[in-house]
Design a protein around this ligand. Structure first.
Ligand code: HSE
Length: 428
């Protein structure tokens, strides 16, 4: 059986997908009986340098040529407006669609999936989460017998690469980001990576696949790594924690927590050992227990591998997989977590007592305290040397914690802004 595959957008992933199809279509045919033929590859600019050669006869600058001549349209342009129009147009024409566009799907996927269902075509989006890791397929098919309870992910290759380089090689944030861009890991707009949005898009999609509901994207709690101070990374390390940008989808009865933020996890935990551009996703189901998936989360070849798995899936099975759960799930923004707090304070009697007093007034219990004599500022507001005071708390509610930190920051002994990092321990 022959399938004509057209690609729109020949950037990092489009080029990789073209190269994969050109190189491995014979192997794919042997394995599946399906012959995948590239109809056309569209891009606005054929002059820019590419990692792989795209034969002249496949190139076009007109996306309509792809639409007209393909059974499956692969959208790899990214961004929202044009990509959405293209996908909807392809669906209207009865074409199946494969996309890596987590930004579009997380924010406007409901409409796209619904339209595809009405038209009886499929949307493959394996490549939108976890690069080469077949996580969508794993949750939908491998874990289909389970009620999915929790999903924890290191879902952004760029930020994981940056955090690893900062921690292990003392590299500056800017240099590490620059390298991630050169390696083709970063989004066209890298603030999507750095500020946590890319991870948030991905965890929304995993929550959709795992829990059977599209949650409004605005309800995801999102914080990135832009303001991370190396001091906290080092203090956390002393306490036995590794800092990761963790994406969490946790179900507790009919409530779901959806959040992305820098998180301390115990350094002996397998997730803490996921470094560089690698991604990992820990999925917990009621029967299977905990399972972990690991692989390259970005880059042209791994992502192409996921794109092609969707193409083959559509060509061999053609089933539509839009699951809408009947459960009434809603997002709980007032989550319950352990916290790492750092306050910069003078090293003198009564300071800790004042801070502890505020925490107690919000019913927040201290688990441990670490204060180094290492001075981080020679003279504070009152002329005394300033040291970092770290407090680890037992579990507390997010809202109480935000209020407590606000009050503590107003104490005259506290210099500047406090640092608050969530700690996740129990899930692994
Ligand atoms: N910018 C993304 C990342 C690429 O760094 O993980 C894959 O979605």
């Amino acid at each position: 059986m022959e399938f004509r595959v057209g690609i729109v957008g020949c950037g990092v992933v489009g080029t990789g997908t073209t190269a994969l199809l050109l190189k491995n279509s014979e192997v794919i045919k042997e394995k599946t009986g399906v012959e995948l033929i590239i109809s056309k590859v569209a891009d606005k600019d054929w002059e820019k340098p590419r990692e792989f050669y795209v034969p002249e006869e496949l190139r076009t600058t007109d996306y309509r040529e792809v639409l007209e001549n393909s059974d499956i349209v692969v959208e790899l342009v990214g961004g929202k407006d044009f990509a959405k129009r293209l996908i909807l147009e392809a669906i209207e024409k009865g074409k199946h669609v494969v996309t890596a566009n987590k930004h579009l799907l997380a924010e406007e996927g409901e409409e796209i999936f619904r339209r595809a269902k009405e038209k009886g075509v499929m949307i493959g989006f394996e490549a939108s989460v976890g690069g080469g890791i077949p996580i969508i397929k794993a949750i939908r098919e491998g874990l289909v017998g389970n009620r999915i309870e929790n999903i924890y992910g290191i879902l952004n290759g760029t930020t994981n690469y940056i955090l690893t380089k900062m921690l292990e090689e003392d590299m500056s944030f800017e240099l590490a980001l620059d390298m991630a861009k050169k390696l083709g890991y970063a989004e066209a707009d890298p603030s999507l990576d750095i500020d946590g949005w890319d991870s948030a898009h991905k965890i929304s999609l995993l929550a959709f696949v795992g829990f059977g509901k599209f949650f409004p994207f605005e309800e995801v709690h999102v914080e990135g790594i832009r303001n991370i101070d190396l001091l906290d990374v080092e203090l956390g390390k002393d306490l036995g924690y590794t800092l990761k940008l963790l994406a969490i989808a946790k179900r507790i009865n009919s409530e779901v927590e959806l959040r992305v933020h820098p998180t301390f996890i115990p350094s002996d935990n397998p997730l803490a050992k996921v470094s560089d551009v690698y991604n990992a996703i820990l999925v917990e189901g009621d029967f299977v227990g905990k399972t972990m998936f690991y692989g390259r989360g970005a880059g042209s070849k791994p992502t192409a591998s996921a794109v092609v798995s969707d193409i083959v899936d559509i060509a061999t099975k053609g089933q539509n997989w839009l699951w809408e759960s009947k459960e009434k799930l809603k997002v709980n923004k007032n989550f319950y977590s352990r916290y790492y707090l750092r306050f910069d304070v003078p090293d003198r009697p009564g300071v800790l007592a004042k801070i502890a007093h505020v925490l107690a007034s919000y019913n927040i219990s201290i688990a441990s305290v670490l204060q180094k004599e290492k001075v981080c500022k020679l003279a504070g507001r009152e002329g005394q040397p300033i040291v970092p005071l770290v407090i680890l708390t037992h579990k507390a509610y997010e809202r109480d914690m935000q209020r407590a930190v606000e009050d503590i920051q107003k104490l005259p002994v506290v210099e500047g802004k406090a640092t608050l990092i969530r700690v996740e321990e129990e899930a692994y």
